[in-house]
Every structure is written in structure tokens, then in C-alpha cells.
Design a protein around this ligand. Structure first.
Ligand code: ADP
Length: 508
């Protein structure tokens, strides 16, 4: 038996999954932990909670599967990106980790942009200074908690703390390190220039690896704590989206996945490094050696439909509960009766402002073209279409950058809707397919572990062996052509109103 273990260190909990080399899931277990919000806009977690969750999930998975620990050929860790873990010289945690969704560092991000220069920062780290990213958090601790900064000897990303606990090694890998504002993304190594401009000592940062390289072995102490076999190899692993890309088979040019969760993400494979000079989409190192990825993030994708359901569909919710079906299914069935263009109704999905491709926190949602003929089905259809247009607009930015996509996988709750999948396929002009194995990031890092341990020769070979697709929606040229005038109008509505959104935001 050749088994592979994937550990997915998420924000709500850690999910550990044991797979065989064909990608079949043998056992899985999740343990949750708290998120601390000591102030409005702050978000922290205790790295010790993560380690406890890893120990418990690994033990449970071993017990549930009855697997022999010696049969596990390799371990991969996927993780929430960007978080800051600080350790002292003894490897003890100095303060709670500051997470990706913590917004306290705007002043530090402005300082980074001033010190490095916006263009240089973009050309080296491939991204602007963002409050979610790690560099601003390091500067914040140096400024506000100098006593912690002075004692700090090791700076790690969340999943790299788990690597340290498992192997005793201080290391990271290129996909996750891409979200720190400290990596030279084209060269795939720490940027000496940025580190020295920001006054951050290189020795604080771990060794840099590719995602599928072996970074260490499970120590005796970790083996006792988890039930794993001493000496089991641990590979680099990957940031959560980079890991999901592997778990959905997005490992070659032309491939991408869309996630329609609360937010909407498109994550595409790129054979060359390509950077959007306007900072509308992110460029990261891929978990595939020698490749990169581009990523867009729209803030209110599934959230738009959820908002509509919560505010306007109480009857559907009751009926659905009585029938034992999902209210979204009743809503999308209503929308299916409305034609393409929703009877000339356009919805802008900017309920929370927008990131990709507009970068405007003042933007807001709207229905454009409401008339007394419109039914609720038209409104639901307009919401589904508006979200699909926003994804298409992101894909247009990728295509402008030279990253074409001809094969799209779909994940997240919105991917369950055949109507939404078909809209995306017609608007993207390419097939959209579901993934049968819903273990995205955990499977992705298990595949990476398989490459490091020699079970597979390459990441692509691992994906071919272990990733199984489900249903496929094919684009239809007639429908694609019918959407085009509505999509073009959708794209013109926001620019026509840009200033008015600012005015609206300034009103009491
Ligand atoms: P999260 O980002 O919170 O993990 P999920 O991936 O669970 O989100 O997706 C939740 C969203 O998926 C909901 O807000 C809703 O818009 C959408 N969704 C869930 N089920 C369906 C369905 N059957 N049809 C259409 N949309 C759905």
C-alpha cells in the first residue's frame, strides 16, 4: 500500500485526509479552533491550537482507516496563506498568529510602498503591498511590540509552523511565500533587496523549497505526538489556492479553476511569470516547479445569491425545508424560466465593494433596468448572470495578460448549480467541469507528497492518477453570442457610475 497524507490547515479548522495513490479517500477528520478578534478588524489564532488540531486529526485518521503508519509514503501540508507566526530562539510561540484577514496594517503597507516604490514592489513581489500580506504584519509587530520583535528568531507562515512541529525544520515553499510581499516571485527566492530596504534580517526566514521537494522527516517526538512513523517525509506543501489547483488538476497552461463560494476566485496556471501592472489580479509562484499562477478575487459571488435568498425568498426556504431540498435549487429553477439577459435586467454584484477587477471599496451592487414586468425569477437570473459577468471580466484581464484558459474546473457551493455552470461555460467560451473528489487542497498536497516521495514522477502524473472530474458543461456558440451584448453593457455600467459610488459612500 502506498498512502499519502494531506493536512489542510484552514481558518475555521484543520482537515486531515488519508489517500491511496489513486486519490481514493481512506479517512478524513476535521477539528475546529477559535478565531480571536481582540479589536475590530483584527484576526488572530493560536498556533498551538493548530498543532493540537493536527495531532488529533492525524491520530483519528490513522485510527479510522486502520492504516499502518509505515505505509504513509509522504505528508503534504496546505494552509491559509499570509499569516504571521513568530518564534523565539527556543522555538516557542511569541504571540498569537496575525491572520490573512486581519486589516490592521494599512499604515505599514503605505510605508512599504513608500520605502520600496510601487513599481519596484510590483516587479519583484508581483503584487502591491496589501494589508492581508505578511510583510506589513512583521513591520506592525516591530513598531507596536518591539519586545516581541527583539526576541523573535524565526518568522513562519501558518502551515510552516506545522512543518516545524513535525520535522524540526524552519522552511517554506514558493507558493505560500508568494503572499508575503518578500519573495522575488520571478526568481522564486527571497528578495535580498526588499528585505534590506525593509530592514528585515534574512536569518529570520526559513529555507526556500519548491512545493514538491522534501523539506524534512517526522521526528521521534512528533511521531510520538501524532502516531506517524518517525522518518516519514514532509514535502513543501502549498498555500490553500495553490494546493486546490493541484487537487483540481490545474497544472498545465490553459487550465484554471473558478470557485463560487462566498467570494469568487479564478486561479489559472501560467507557464511564464506575468504581472498585472494595475494590481487587479495577483501573481504567485505555482506549486508546479517552474510555473506561476494568476488569481482574481471578486468579493460577493455566492454572497449575492445568499443575500437575495435571505432577503426575498422566505417562501422558497419554507417550501424547501418541507420538501427536504435546497432553497437555492428552487430559486435557480425559477431563474431558468427567465431568458438570457433576464428580460433586460443587469445586476452588479459589488455588495461589499470590489477587488478584481475594479479595486474599488466604494463600489456597490445594483439592479439596472428594473421594470414592472420583472418577476422574482428575472431578478434571480440577473444575480446569477451578474456574478458570471464579473468572473468573465476577470478572465478577460487574464487573457489580456497572455494567460488563456480553455479548460475550467469549478468548485465551491455555487458550482452545484447546473444553470450557473452553464452560464459560466457560455461566457468563458470553454468547458466548465466539476471535480468528483471534493478534497481540493488536501488532495493537492497529498499529490505533492507523492511526487516528493517518488510515488509519481511529476505533479502532472500525480494529477492524472488521482484527480477525477465529474460533470461537464459545454459552451454553446448561440448562447455565448446572446450573452455578449448584455455582458458589454454590464461592463459599461460601473465606469459610468464610478464617481457616484464615491458620492454615495460619502453620504451620512
Ligand atoms: P464558503 O466560501 O462560505 O465556503 P461555499 O463554497 O459553501 O462558501 O458556497 C456557498 C455559496 O454557494 C452560497 O452563498 C450560494 O451562493 C452558493 N450555493 C450553494 N448551493 C447552491 C446551489 N444548489 N445552487 C446555487 N448556488 C448554491
Amino acid at each position: 500500500m502506498e498512502l499519502l497524507l494531506g493536512i489542510d490547515l484552514g481558518t475555521s479548522g484543520t482537515k486531515t485526509v488519508l489517500f491511496d495513490s489513486d486519490g481514493r479517500r481512506l479517512a478524513s477528520h476535521t477539528v475546529e479552533y477559535p478565531l480571536y478578534q481582540p479589536k475590530n478588524g483584527w484576526a488572530e489564532q493560536d498556533p498551538e491550537d493548530w498543532w493540537r488540531a493536527v495531532q488529533e486529526t492525524v491520530r483519528t485518521v490513522l485510527a479510522k482507516s486502520g492504516a499502518k503508519p509505515e505505509d504513509i509514503r509522504g505528508i503534504g501540508i496546505a494552509g491559509q496563506m499570509h499569516g504571521l507566526v513568530m518564534l523565539d530562539g527556543q522555538g516557542q510561540v511569541l504571540r498569537k498568529a496575525i491572520l490573512w484577514c486581519d486589516g490592521r496594517t494599512q499604515a505599514q503597507c503605505d510605508e512599504i510602498t513608500r520605502t520600496v516604490g510601487r513599481e519596484k514592489l510590483l516587479s519583484i513581489t508581483a503584487n502591491p503591498a496589501l494589508t492581508g500580506f505578511t510583510a506589513g504584519k512583521i513591520l506592525w509587530v516591530r513598531e507596536h511590540e518591539p519586545e516581541n520583535y527583539e526576541k523573535c528568531r524565526h518568522i513562519l507562515l501558518p502551515k510552516d509552523y506545522i512543518r516545524y512541529k513535525l520535522t524540526g525544520e524552519f522552511a517554506t515553499e514558493v507558493s505560500d511565500a508568494s503572499g508575503m510581499n518578500l519573495l522575488d516571485v520571478p526568481k522564486r527566492q527571497w528578495s535580498g533587496e526588499i528585505l534590506s530596504l525593509l530592514g528585515i534580517d534574512r536569518s529570520l526566514l526559513g529555507e526556500m523549497y519548491e512545493a514538491c521537494q522534501v523539506t524534512g522527516q517526522v521526528t521521534k517526538a512528533a511521531a510520538e505526538a501524532t502516531g506517524l512513523a518517525e522518518g516519514t517525509v514532509v514535502v513543501g506543501g502549498a498555500g490553500d489556492n495553490a494546493a486546490a489547483a493541484i487537487g483540481t488538476g490545474v497544472v498545465e497552461e490553459g487550465k484554471a479553476f473558478t470557485t463560487l463560494g462566498t467570494s469568487g476566485v479564478i486561479f489559472a496556471h501560467a507557464g511564464q511569470v506575468t504581472i498585472d501592472t494595475q494590481g487587479r489580479v495577483h501573481t504567485f509562484c505555482s506549486a508546479v516547479p517552474g510555473a506561476w499562477t494568476v488569481m482574481s478575487c471578486t468579493l460577493s459571488a455566492g454572497l449575492s445569491l445568499q443575500w437575495f435568498r435571505n432577503q426575498f425568498c422566505p417562501a422558497e426556504r419554507e417550501t424547501a425545508a418541507a420538501l427536504g431540498v435546497d432553497p437555492y435549487e428552487l430559486m435557480t429553477a425559477e431563474a431558468e424560466k427567465s431568458p438570457i439577459g433576464a428580460n433586460r435586467l443587469i445586476y452588479l454584484p459589488y455588495l461589499m465593494g470590489e477587488r478584481s477587477p475594479l479595486l474599488d471599496s466604494d463600489a456597490r451592487g445594483m439592479f439596472f433596468g428594473l421594470s414592472a414586468i420583472h418577476t422574482r425569477g428575472d431578478l434571480v437570473r440577473a444575480v446569477l448572470e451578474g456574478v458570471a459577468y464579473s468572473q468573465r471580466q476577470c478572465l478577460d484581464v487574464f487573457r489580456e495578460m497572455g494567460v488563456d484558459v480553455s479548460d475550467m474546473a469549478i468548485c465551491g457551493g455555487g458550482g452545484r448549480s447546473p444553470l450557473w455552470r452553464q452560464m459560466l461555460s457560455d461566457l468563458y467560451g470553454c468547458p466548465v467541469k466539476t471535480i468528483a473528489s471534493e478534497q481540493g487542497p488536501a488532495l493537492g498536497v497529498a499529490i505533492l507528497a507523492g511526487v516528493g516521495a517518488g510515488v509519481y514522477d511529476t505533479v502532472a502524473q500525480g494529477c492524472a492518477a488521482a484527480v477525477r472530474t465529474g460533470e461537464k458543461s459545454m459552451p454553446d456558440s448561440g448562447r455565448s453570442a446572446a450573452y455578449e451584448p448584455y455582458y458589454n453593457l454590464y461592463r459599461r455600467v460601473y465606469p459610468a457610475l464610478r464617481e457616484q459610488f464615491g458620492t454615495l459612500a460619502s453620504l451620512e
